[in-house]
Design a protein around this ligand. Structure first.
Ligand code: PLP
Length: 432
């Protein structure tokens, strides 16, 4: 295997290098050397997938209950989605935003009808969708003669993305430390605590950013009535309710939007992740009252709203509808929840219960359990999961997951938890 030392390859060598087949270990080694070390990655290289299965370069097939972290709503290599993307690539992939294109206009219309909102701005990721929402909310008030109304309320343990505005909105300091001054004007309060929000409200608040279920924070659903309470506080203070539906949207919780489960109508939302089933896309959707907040020149995105991403999203939405997948997420989510609750109960020496909504669920590991080691044990049993918060094993399978696959997942995770419980033992007694 001819592998160059860092910094020794030349452009000419690279152009003339023979492509060679690297095995999994060699690819991992190359990835470790050539990619920035900003992710904790398992030593596995995936090469193909089908439905809820992923196959690695060594030929091992796993049951994928990460769903690309709530992205692959139709599973892997869904024939309808793959065909739509291929067809669109043969027609037109990109035109600039100096023109409309058929796909983004039709997708905007569909999304407005599904969400009850009125206007769309397309971008390429969740962070960008929230960044647009942040700018739009501030600009709305400044354009209406209230530039002093620029403060946001956001929640402890929230996650809103990795741009400077969105890491500052994110209620976990670890994401914004070391990057210089944070953006000013954001107040964090405990999630679920309406009294704390009421205390933090004031005439300078332009909006409240909230997730219907805190996904990255540890799969923590909002308590009943919390979103409705935020809606009321926003109305009383002339502030905007900005709901981050990036992880909870596109049917994941058993409704098209997580906030719809609570019967709450936001002023604006952000969507990304599952919207195009794995093709990068983000969208900010707002009510008509905010339609003029970003006039020409104030915001934009080169790739945002490109026909390929929007065609993929339209095929996802059509498939969700035709195959009744949102309703299915509610039913299959309830089943998954029952299995996980039973497991958490059985392995109570290491688990603190189960929680979630629809197909966004988690098993809480007790503080003395090494969550990363537990995740690896689950993987060794052939199931892929992620960790959310510090101690939550998160399950975000495709909405196309089958009942058999849910049973298989529960069985294998059960085998893994038995190993973890035997290895870890109960929490040490507090001898004070
Ligand atoms: N908001 C929420 C609720 C998320 O879960 C995420 C990603 O996990 C983001 C925003 C950021 O999305 P992206 O990684 O596409 O920028």
């Amino acid at each position: 295997m001819a592998v160059h030392e860092p910094g020794t390859s030349t452009a000419t060598e690279a152009v003339h290098a023979e492509p060679e087949e690297l095995d999994q270990d060699a690819l991992v080694a190359l990835g470790k050397r050539r990619m920035l070390g900003n992710y904790k990655q398992a030593p596995v290289v995936f090469v193909s997938g089908s439905g809820s299965r992923l196959t690695d370069k060594a030929g091992t097939t796993y049951l994928d209950f990460t769903g690309g972290v709530a992205v692959n709503v139709l599973g892997h290599a869904h024939p309808r989605l793959a065909k739509a993307i291929a067809d669109q690539a043969h027609r037109v992939m990109h035109v600039s935003n100096y023109f409309y294109n058929e796909e983004n206009v039709l997708l905007a219309d569909e999304l407005c009808k599904l969400t009850g909102l009125d206007r769309a701005f397309f971008c390429n990721s969740g962070a960008e969708a929230n960044e647009a929402l942040f700018k739009l909310a501030r600009r709305h008030f400044s354009a209406n003669g209230k530039p002093e109304k620029y403060r946001f309320i956001a929640f402890e343990k929230s996650f809103h993305g990795r741009t400077m505005a969105t890491v500052t909105l994110t209620g976990q300091k670890a994401y914004s430390e070391g990057f210089g001054p944070r953006i000013e004007g954001i107040t964090h309060v405990p999630y679920g605590d309406l009294d704390a929000v009421a205390k933090a409200m004031g005439p300078d608040v332009c909006g409240i950013f909230v997730e219907p279920v805190q996904g990255e924070g540890g799969v923590l659903p909002a308590p009943p009535g919390f979103l409705a309470g935020l809606r009321k506080l926003c109305d009383e203070h002339g502030a905007l309710l900005l709901v981050d539906e990036i992880q909870t949207g596109i049917g994941r919780t058993g409704a098209f939007l997580g906030s719809q489960l609570d019967g709450v109508r936001p002023d604006a939302i952000s969507l990304a992740k599952g919207l195009a089933g794995g093709f990068p896309i983000g969208v900010t959707l707002v009510s008509e009252a905010l339609a003029n907040a970003l006039p020409p020149g104030t915001h934009g995105s080169t790739f945002g709203g490109n026909p390929l991403a929007c065609r993929a999203a339209r095929e996802v939405l059509a498939t969700l509808r035709d195959d009744d997948l949102v309703q299915g997420a509610a039913q299959k989510g309830a089943l998954l929840g029952e299995f996980l609750a039973a497991l958490a109960n059985k392995y109570a020496s290491i688990c603190d219960g189960e929680r979630g909504r629809g197909l966004l669920r988690g098993i809480l590991l007790k503080p003395h359990v090494d969550a990363r080691a537990a995740l690896q044990t689950v993987r060794e049993k052939g199931v892929l999961l992620t960790i959310a918060g510090a101690q939550v094993l998160r399950f975000t399978p495709a909405l196309t997951v089958t009942v058999d696959e849910i049973e298989e997942c529960a069985r294998k995770v059960g085998e893994a938890l038995a190993i973890v419980a035997a290895r870890t033992g109960p929490p040490k007694e507090n001898k004070e």
